[in-house]
Design a protein around this ligand. Structure first.
Ligand SMILES: Cc1cc2nc3c(=O)[nH]c(=O)nc-3n(C[C@H](O)[C@H](O)[C@H](O)COP(=O)(O)OP(=O)(O)OC[C@H]3O[C@@H](n4cnc5c(N)ncnc54)[C@H](O)[C@@H]3O)c2cc1C
Length: 397
């Protein structure tokens, strides 16, 4: 229960790592939090790969090892099985970035179908993650985003282009197989200027597949100033009225600088909250709302923020929701915030790590985002370094 929840127990946090793996993690966070090394490293990686210098081995042994589960399903399975020994399951996330034509989108769909088949043969893959921008051209999403909006209600009069129908077809194939195989599908939230069609598709899929349980989860980014209301509207005006379970992955949001920059360039008001405190309070309010409506919302508390995790665990206790209630999951990215994940799991909560897999080329954009994130949240990386150092000292004494 929440009173005895200690997220800083380093023995629990790092039990799945050997001393040498821990030392590597420490070195990675030291490099990533240093703005100079981070910038130079990112530049070197991108340019060396472009001119085909043989640096893949180096990447594979360092940043890739820290944040990626493996190149293919068999190798990611080894990582997932290892952390499952300590009660933490995985969300399979295939690195889809970089494919840019209809053939490529079909290949990605095939890969998702394979990963669902694979996941269904194991106990530790309750979810797979998909990005709708991996199933179609971003330009198509941008065009659809300009059509009448879901922000004020469900849009049911959009002209369905042939291309959009293909995207829907791919998404339905993925979710249909997932439903049959008892796997849930998490649909990532992306930039606000392509998010409306993604939201529409999420709702459509939920309406179709979430009759008895959440097969499909949409993602709600609480750094957007309209998202808390939007989330409640999705529940009250759509899910309750149409009798389906709302699947909600609650996040703060990953594209803040990009959002602000674009708003500034195009001279429209930034959709991002006025400050971090507002994002934090909207995030906790969304978690609170979901837990209070647990009979028809399944929620994933997807965050590295300790306070939000503690807040959620306290709310669960107050609402008498069991730690292992299948309608509530906590989630952190693989390679980050192990102290939160493994201590929550030890306390009996459902925890699933977001576990990407793919070749280096396929996951490079993901790795670059992790590198940028870790330099911009340098305090949190400093905390990771301190916790790892403490654990190493304890092990060696
Ligand atoms: C399992 C998992 C899945 C995820 N899926 C997605 C996804 O589908 N789509 C997506 O966009 N992101 C996703 N993310 C990333 C997430 O949105 C955050 O970027 C990341 O988790 C950092 O936020 P935090 O909640 O961990 O906590 P914190 O580190 O406490 O918060 C940092 C976040 O707060 C917000 N913030 C910071 N400063 C300000 C400010 N001045 N004003 C307003 N807001 C501010 C930003 O969102 C920033 O990322 C996911 C994260 C996890 C762990």
């Amino acid at each position: 229960m929440s009173e005895i929840l200690n997220l800083e127990n380093t023995a629990n946090a790092y039990q799945y790592k050997s001393n040498s793996e821990l030392r590597l993690s420490k070195r990675m966070f030291q490099i990533l939090r240093n703005p100079f090394l981070n910038k130079i490293g990112g530049w070197l990686i991108v340019n060396c790969l472009r001119i085909k210098l043989p640096i893949k081995y180096l990447i594979k042994k360092t940043i890739y090892k820290q944040f990626v589960g493996g190149t293919d399903l068999d190798s990611v399975d080894v990582t997932a099985a290892k952390i499952y020994n300590f009660g933490v399951t995985s969300m399979l996330d295939y690195g889809t970035e970089g494919k840019n034509d209809e053939h490529g989108f079909d290949e990605i769909t095939e890969q998702f179908l394979k990963s669902i088949e694979y996941a269904s043969t194991k106990d530790y893959f309750p979810f797979i993650c998909i990005k709708i921008s991996g199933l179609c051209h971003v330009k198509l999403l941008e065009r659809l985003d300009q059509s009448p909006r879901l922000r004020s209600g469900i849009n049911d009069f959009e002209t369905q282009s042939a291309l959009w129908n293909q995207v829907r077809h791919r998404a339905y194939a993925i979710v249909d197989l997932a439903a049959k195989k008892n796997i849930s599908v998490l649909i990532d939230a992306e930039e606000s200027w392509i998010q409306d069609p993604i939201d529409r598709l999420c709702i459509e899929l939920m309406q179709h597949f979430n009759k008895d349980k959440a097969v499909v989860y949409g993602t709600y980014q609480m750094y957007l100033n309209d998202r808390l209301d939007f989330f409640k509207m999705n529940h009250q005006a759509i899910a309750l009225k149409n009798g389906f379970i709302l699947g909600a992955k609650i996040v703060r949001g990953a594209y803040m600088e990009k959002e602000r920059h674009r708003a500034n360039q195009n001279k429209y008001p930034s959709p991002i909250n006025i400050n971090k405190e507002k994002t934090d309070s909207d995030f906790n309010a969304a978690v609170d709302y979901a837990l209070k409506n647990i009979n028809n919302i399944s929620v994933i508390v997807a965050t590295h923020n300790e306070e939000s995790c503690l807040f959620a665990s306290q709310k669960m206790a107050a609402l008498r929701i069991k730690n292992n209630d299948p309608r509530v999951y906590f989630s952190q990215l693989f390679g980050m915030k192990d102290h939160i994940s493994f201590n929550l799991a030890k306390a009996g909560y459902n925890v699933s790590k977001y576990l990407p897999y793919g070749t280096i080329a396929e996951v490079i954009p993901y790795l670059m985002r992790r590198a940028n994130e870790n330099s911009s949240i340098s305090e949190q990386s400093a905390q990771e370094i301190t916790l790892i150092t403490n654990e190493l000292k304890k092990r060696l004494s």
